[in-house]
Ligand binder design. Structure first.
Ligand SMILES: Cc1cc2nc3c(=O)[nH]c(=O)nc-3n(C[C@H](O)[C@H](O)[C@H](O)COP(=O)(O)OP(=O)(O)OC[C@H]3O[C@@H](n4cnc5c(N)ncnc54)[C@H](O)[C@@H]3O)c2cc1C
Length: 515
């Protein structure tokens, strides 16, 4: 069988491409498929890993699954009638992504094991000069689909390097290490951890769960699809679309609880507290795992077996802070030393510092990371940044969701990029970048709306917030509002460089495009 890797990695890089895409997750793959559908063949996707899939290629930990139903957590243009259940496990999602990639016929445009190391805008040539681990090339347009949850974040714990046992991050699971009968520490109680714990608690000798903040964990309404449903998905037109639509609107109903009035989320809080009462018998443990902030402030998690796993005799929830790790133990600030054989680090990802930003340099030679450090991580419509011509993000700043499918947002952003490319081509524009005013207006509005959201007033600190407490990751409105606002490339917000002009001769895009 031809694998994604075998199709995409052996070829060398061309000298130049029209569109250069970084990353082959849902974002990069969707971009490639839609470019090809529009008849564009002059593009390339560089992926540092060996396959498509991104998140779903990397997160292979036991229990990994989506927490948005697969009917919605999939491409609208590629429904999958064979989902086995409402919340698909990781192998099924990864198979789906790989199948779509193979079926779409774009894999020859992918280069795997190719890390983008540097991309610098060349003012004179009006193109990106890109250096990758597989060579250099230039590109007219750079699309970063490098992921918002793709670079594991490691905790800064004193002594962890001296630990003699096994240590790995949840996104880099060591499948060669057998946890059976081992004494294990897991650090963190976020989305990955609550999926891992029930799976490994059954086999380890002892598990210490290091919890900094207790999350809200609601019941998981998961079930297998019946044979009749699967047949209907496959053969009865519209059935699967109906499921998807119902799930979509059901999820959008959560938005007011996050963004307008947290009281609207009280039924969800009740369900989460009921989940604790049902899953845990020990009153002291119940107390420990009861959150002390408003529901929704941190990501709401779903599981039916997390609390019963914590209630097991071989599992301890430790809420004292970790002071250090020694050669064979974790020591907490109260002086307790807990001996272990392995540490699983489930502390999430670099989210508010977008690692790819350190590798992109704009019009004035300034890196995007430096730009973000000065102005905060922000973009216009989560897609473009003033000073960085012809750079587009898929899943850029303030496009994340707490309630629905990121694939919906990804498709909105892809449509925006496609429209930009079409308008640039139609009007002979070489480069576009948003005006600083448009970018400021957009972000002022996002941050104004953010003020009343549960993420700001809910009484927690979360990975949504940067070091100044500013929410730079989430979208504070409905997903249909985002889709409407990104449905068209809005030329009037951009500065354009006509193809034949010098860089000093710029004009607002309304003069050249879409006017
Ligand atoms: C465990 C887990 C579960 C999740 N579950 C859900 C869910 O249920 N529902 C939901 O909506 N979202 C979920 N998410 C969020 C998920 O990340 C997005 O839904 C989606 O998969 C993001 O796709 P992407 O293409 O933007 O990024 P990714 O899938 O992260 O892909 C980015 C790709 O870019 C590559 N890359 C990065 N830097 C470079 C570089 N310098 N050079 C070359 N390649 C590079 C990476 O290797 C990666 O393959 C989950 C995330 C995680 C971690």
């Amino acid at each position: 069988m031809t694998t994604a890797t075998s199709q995409g990695s052996a070829r060398t890089l061309p000298e130049h491409v029209h569109v250069f895409v970084v990353g082959a997750g849902f974002g990069g793959l969707g971009m490639a498929i839609k470019l090809a559908e529009r008849g564009e063949r002059d593009f390339l996707v560089a992926e540092r890993g060996g396959d498509v899939g991104g998140t779903w290629r990397d997160n292979t930990y036991p229990g990994a699954a989506c927490d948005v139903p697969s009917q919605l957590y999939s491409f609208s243009f590629a429904p999958n009638p064979t989902w086995s259940r409402s919340f698909s496990p990781q192998p099924e999602i990864q198979d789906y992504i790989r199948r779509i990639a193979e079926r779409s016929g774009v894999l020859d445009r992918f280069r795997f094991h190719t890390t983008v190391e540097d991309a610098a805008w060349d003012k004179q040539a009006r193109r990106w000069r890109v250096r990758t681990s597989a060579g250099e090339l230039t590109a007219d347009v750079l699309v970063s689909a490098a992921g918002a949850l793709s670079d594991p974040k490691l905790p800064d714990i004193d002594g962890i390097d001296s630990f003699q046992g096994e240590v790995f991050h949840s996104a880099q699971w060591n499948h060669d290490y057998d946890l059976t009968g081992k004494r294990v520490a897991i650090i963190g109680t976020g989305a990955s951890s609550i999926q891992i714990i029930p799976e490994i608690a059954k086999k380890v000798a002892h598990l210490d769960v290091y919890q900094r903040t207790a999350p809200y964990v609601m019941p998981r309404h998961d079930r297998e699809y019946t044979a009749v449903e699967k047949l209907a998905f496959k053969y009865v037109p519209g059935v699967q679309k109906l499921y998807r639509t119902a799930i979509y609107w059901g999820r959008e109903c959560f938005v007011p609880g996050f963004t307008v009035n947290p009281k609207l989320a009280l039924p969800a809080k009740k369900a989460a507290l009921g989940n604790i009462a049902k899953g845990i018998t020990d009153p002291e443990l119940r107390e420990k795992v009861t959150p002390n902030f408003q529901i929704g402030c941190k990501r709401i998690l779903i599981s039916n077996d997390y609390y019963p796993a914590l209630d097991r005799d071989n599992v301890d929830v430790v809420t004292d802070r970790i002071a250090k790790v020694t050669a064979n133990a974790v020591v907490t600030t109260d002086g307790t030393e807990r001996e272990i054989d392995a540490v699983i680090v489930a502390t999430g990802f670099h989210t508010t510092d977008l690692p790819i930003a350190a590798h992109i340099r704009g019009r004035d030679g300034v890196s995007l990371a430096e730009h973000f450090a000065e102005h905060g991580m922000q973009a216009y419509k989560g897609a473009t940044v003033a000073g960085f011509p012809n750079l587009f993000f898929i899943v850029g700043p303030n496009t994340g969701l707490g309630h629905s499918s990121m694939v919906f947002m990804i498709e909105s952003q892809i449509a925006y990029v496609l429209d930009a490319l079409a308008k640039m081509r139609a009007t002979g524009v070489a480069a576009v970048e948003p005006t600083p005013q448009a970018q400021k207006r957009w972000n002022d509005d996002v941050q104004r709306r953010m003020k009343r959201t549960v993420w700001s007033v809910g009484g927690c600190s979360s990975w949504y917030l940067d070091e100044h407490g500013r929410n730079v990751t989430l979208w504070p409105r409905t997903t249909f509002a985002f889709r409407r606002l990104t449905s068209e490339f809005d030329s009037q917000a951009y500065v354009a460089t006509p193809a034949a002009a010098t860089t000093s001769h710029t004009s607002t895009l309304t003069e050249g495009v879409g006017a």
